[in-house]
Design a protein around this ligand. Structure first.
Ligand code: IMP
Length: 202
C-alpha cells in the first residue's frame, strides 16, 4: 500500500514514520508533491481539520493519505488553545510565542488546577472517498517554566500524568510510548494490520 503523510511538519513526519515502521506501506510526504495546495485548517474540531487535509491530499495525489490534527487542551482555559494550538499567539506565531502566551494566560492558575491533555486525531482518506479516523489522548499538567529541549510545541511545559519530567525532557522513544499521536497511530496501525490480514477461507 502507498500512503502519503499529509504534513509539512518535519518532526511530526519523523514521529509518524518511526511509529508506523514495519508496516507493508511505502510512505510519501508532501515533499514528494511540492505543488500540492495548502489546506486551510478552519474546522472547529481536530477531526474536522484532519479529515479536511486527508481528503484534499488524497484527492490531489490520487493515493491514500493520512493527516493528523492535534493540540493541547487546558481544562482551566475551557479547552484552549485547542484547535488554535499552532497559532495561539496569532497568525505566524512560532512555538516559543505560543508557549509564552500559554504561560502568561496561566500565570494565576494554581498548581492543582493546571490539568491539560494533548489530543490527536488521525484521518485516513482514500481516493474513492472512503475514510476512517483514529483518536489518541495523553493526560497531564502544565508546568510554570519550560524544561528540556527535545520535541516541539508545548512539550517543554507538559508533564504527562505520573511523570515528573516534561515531554521535552524525554527521549523520542519515551515520548512515543505515551503520546497522543502514538496512541492514535497505534489505532491506525491496528486498522492497517487488519486490512492486510489474510481472510480465513470458508
Ligand atoms: P497541527 O496539528 O499541525 O495543527 O499543530 C498542532 C499544534 O499543537 C502544534 O503546533 C503544537 O503547538 C501543538 N502540539 C501538537 N502535538 C504536540 C506535541 O506532541 N507536543 C507539543 N506540542 C504539540
Amino acid at each position: 500500500m502507498e500512503l502519503v503523510i499529509a504534513t509539512r511538519n518535519r518532526k511530526k513526519n519523523e514521529e509518524m514514520k518511526r511509529i508506523l515502521e514495519g508496516l507493508p506501506v511505502s510512505f510519501y510526504t508532501l515533499d514528494d508533491f511540492p505543488d500540492c495546495p495548502e489546506v486551510i485548517e478552519d474546522a472547529d474540531t481536530f477531526k474536522g481539520n484532519a479529515a479536511k487535509k486527508a481528503f484534499a491530499v488524497s484527492g490531489y495525489t490520487k493515493k491514500p493519505a493520512i493527516s493528523d490534527d492535534s493540540g493541547l487542551e487546558v481544562y482551566a482555559l475551557n479547552g484552549a488553545p485547542g484547535v488554535f494550538s499552532a497559532r495561539y499567539a496569532g497568525e505566524g506565531a512560532d512555538d516559543v510565542n505560543n508557549l509564552e502566551k500559554l504561560l502568561s494566560e496561566m500565570r494565576d492558575i494554581t498548581k492543582g488546577k493546571r490539568g491539560a491533555r494533548f489530543v490527536c486525531c488521525i484521518a485516513l482518506a482514500f481516493p474513492d472517498g472512503k475514510a476512517a479516523a483514529f483518536e489518541g489522548y495523553v493526560e497531564g499538567s502544565i508546568g510554570r517554566d519550560p524544561k528540556g529541549s527535545n520535541g516541539f510545541g508545548y512539550d517543554p511545559v507538559f508533564y504527562p500524568k505520573g511523570y515528573n519530567k516534561t515531554f521535552a525532557e524525554m527521549t523520542a522513544q519515551e515520548k512515543d510510548s505515551l503520546s497522543h499521536r502514538a496512541m492514535a497511530l497505534k489505532a491506525f496501525r491496528e486498522y492497517i494490520v487488519r486490512l492486510f490480514r489474510p481472510k480465513p477461507s470458508k
